[in-house]
Every structure is written in structure tokens, then in C-alpha cells.
Ligand binder design. Structure first.
Ligand code: PEP
Ligand code: MN
Length: 332
């Protein structure tokens, strides 16, 4: 349940009322306190007359629901806004992993030449095998920060465990939580306490309910900037790496107020169909599209089969721009 306290309620009183309502979170919004509680289903004893508005939910989708807030949240990725009424589709580019200064310079130059705003690259890679490339760690973060400084790009990178959150936000504009890390309570709780947006990827065996519940951990813990990312789920199909769940995207658009990014690169797992899939994604009116591209995919240290060449990335942008326009969105 969410309770919006009357504007006349002062801070000490609000804290006492929050305790009565067994709230685990209280925020100050505009001029009112907002109390979020899991266990209370109607205005608790002692709060009558102190509450301006209350929302009761049939399930755990509370702060993320359109019932609570009809308009999609506006989230700022560095200098670029998404959601709200921006109608921006941020085309997020960059390689799977930051591998060297030369490589990430080339990725940044590509984005700048296309007037794009946002670079993504992994530094702490959550690999399935301990013997594969694990990322450059802090050295990679410093390279990303350098790109931000030199090219004015917004930067997104992921955390592999909770201890990396503080370090990652020092160097990047958005913290990505990967598909395998999505259930990690340490990461979710640490990301609830930061002042930067969180890009939450859906696990490949995660139901939509569990996905939204993970987002609620971050929202109810105090961080109101969460972006959802559909990156493919595991089905019986083995010809493609995963199955991009566009039905799930329709559900999330309908029932949640969170901006949505689609990631066809990890879903398909191969270069060949990324352009067409991207057109389909953008046609749904989405807030962002995440595409992996590498100056030379044949030598990429992770996800080599799915990363586009830079020529392919340029062509993809050309192909999706009119599609975005046809549904009222602009590629930025
Ligand atoms: C990635 O974004 O490079 C990545 C590893 O993706 P996911 O967590 O979706 O597998
Ligand atoms: Mn990848």
C-alpha cells in the first residue's frame, strides 16, 4: 500500500506515522510524504485524517504501477532524458566489453559521428566461464570516464557484485544490473541507495512478476530512477540464443510506469537479424535500444557473434530512424 500524507504533516510526525503503517520506506515528494508499506491493506489506526490519498494494490507491483503513477517516469541518463513525454528512443551503442583505449575511442567516435549520446561497455563482466575474459575492471571504468570527458557521452556500465556499486557510480551515469545479477539482493539493495539511474535487465528465466518485484526493491528502497531492459528469455528454441519477449514488453508498457529499453543483441545472439529486429523493437515506441557493436567483432573478447561492425551500426541507425518517426519517437 502507498499512502500520501497530508501537506500539513511535518517531518517528525511523518516518521512516527510511517512506523505505525509498518512502512519500510518514506520519501518526500513535492510537499508531501509518501509511505510505502507491504503489510498494510487499509489506512492504519491513528493515520485517519492524516492521509490525502491511498493506493491499495492486489499484488507487489506498487511504485512501478501505472495505477500509482499513470505517466511513464522521466529518467535522466547523463544529459539525456527518456520516458515522461520526451518521446526519445536512446540508441545505446558500444562494445560488449571495454577492451582497450583504442577500441573504446573508436566506439565513441562512431557514436559522436552519428549524433548519438550514450556509450555502454562492460568492465566487470559476469561471465559464465571463469576462464573467459572477465573485463578490465577499474582500468575500464577510467577509460569510460575519459570518453565521457572527451566526447561528452553519457556512460553506462554494469556491476557484477554489490561491492562495485560505489566505484561504478563514480565513473558512470547509469548502473546496469545484468540478467544473471538481477536476483542479487545485495546489488538491488545497494542500488536502492544511490542517486543514479539503474538499468535493470530481465533474467532469462524471470517472469514479468519477478522482474517488476526486483524493480520494486530499488524503488521502495529510495531510488526512483529505474529503467527496465528486456534482453531475451530462455525458451525451448535453440536456434537463437534467447527469445526476445515482445509480448512481455507490451505488458510492461501497459502496466508499469518505468521506461523500457530493448536489447535485441543479447536476445538473438547473432549479427544477421539485429537490424530487422531493431526495426520491430522501435516500432513498439520504446525508450531505448541497446545494440552491441565492435570496431572488429572477429577479435571481440566477449559476445563476438552478435556484435555489429561499425558499418552495420550506421546502417541500423538509418533503418530505425524512419520507423521511430512513424510512431512519434526520435532516435537520440
Ligand atoms: C551485457 O549487457 O553485455 C550482458 C552481459 O548482458 P546480459 O546481462 O543481458 O546477459
Ligand atoms: Mn554482451
Amino acid at each position: 500500500m502507498i499512502l500520501k500524507l497530508a501537506t500539513t504533516v511535518a517531518k517528525n510526525e511523518a516518521s512516527a506515522l510511517a512506523e505505525k503503517a509498518k512502512a519500510f520506506h518514506i520519501t518526500y515528494q513535492g510537499s508531501e510524504y509518501l509511505i510505502t508499506s507491504s503489510s498494510v491493506k487499509s489506512t492504519p489506526e491513528g493515520l485517519q485524517g492524516k492521509v490525502d490519498k491511498e493506493w491499495v494494490f492486489p499484488n507487489d507491483m506498487q511504485l512501478a504501477s501505472r495505477e500509482f503513477q499513470e505517466e511513464t517516469r522521466t529518467v535522466r541518463i547523463g544529459a539525456t532524458e527518456m520516458g515522461g513525454n520526451t518521446k526519445n528512443t536512446i540508441l545505446i551503442g558500444g562494445p560488449c566489453s571495454v577492451e582497450s583505449e583504442e577500441q573504446i575511442q573508436q566506439s565513441s567516435a562512431l557514436l559522436k559521428s552519428l549524433n548519438l549520446t550514450t556509450l555502454r561497455g562492460g568492465c566487470f563482466k559476469p561471465r559464465t566461464s571463469p576462464y573467459s575474459f572477465q573485463g578490465l575492471g577499474l582500468e575500464g571504468l577510467k577509460l569510460l570516464a575519459k570518453m565521457r570527458e572527451e566526447h561528452g557521452l553519457n556512460v553506462i556500465t554494469e556491476v557484477r557484485d554489490a561491492t562495485q556499486v560505489e566505484q561504478v557510480i563514480e565513473y558512470s551515469d547509469v548502473v546496469q544490473i545484468g540478467a544473471k545479477a538481477m536476483y542479487d539482493q545485495g546489488i538491488l539493495r545497494a542500488c536502492a541507495k544511490i542517486n543514479k539511474p539503474v538499468l535493470l535487465k530481465r533474467g532469462f528465466g524471470t517472469t514479468l512478476q519477478e522482474f517488476v518485484q526486483a524493480a520494486e526493491f530499488i524503488l521502495s528502497g529510495g531510488n526512483d530512477q529505474v529503467i527496465l531492459c528486456e534482453r531475451g528469455i530462455r525458451t525451448f528454441e535453440t536456434k537463437t540464443r534467447f527469445t526476445l519477449d515482445l509480448c512481455g514488453v507490451a505488458y510492461l508498457q501497459e502496466f508499469t510506469n518505468l521506461p523500457i529499453i530493448l536489447d535485441p543483441s543479447h536476445a538473438l545472439g547473432f549479427r544477421y537479424g539485429i537490424e530487422r529486429l531493431s526495426q520491430a523493437c522501435v516500432a513498439m515506441g520504446i525508450d531505448g535500444l541497446l545494440i552491441e557493436a565492435h570496431p572488429d567483432p572477429s577479435v571481440a573478447k566477449s559476445d563476438a557473434a552478435q556484435q555489429l561492425t561499425h558499418e552495420q551500426f550506421i546502417q541500423l541507425k538509418e533503418k530505425i530512424t524512419p520507423v521511430a518517426k512513424s510512431v512519434g519517437y526520435t532516435i537520440v
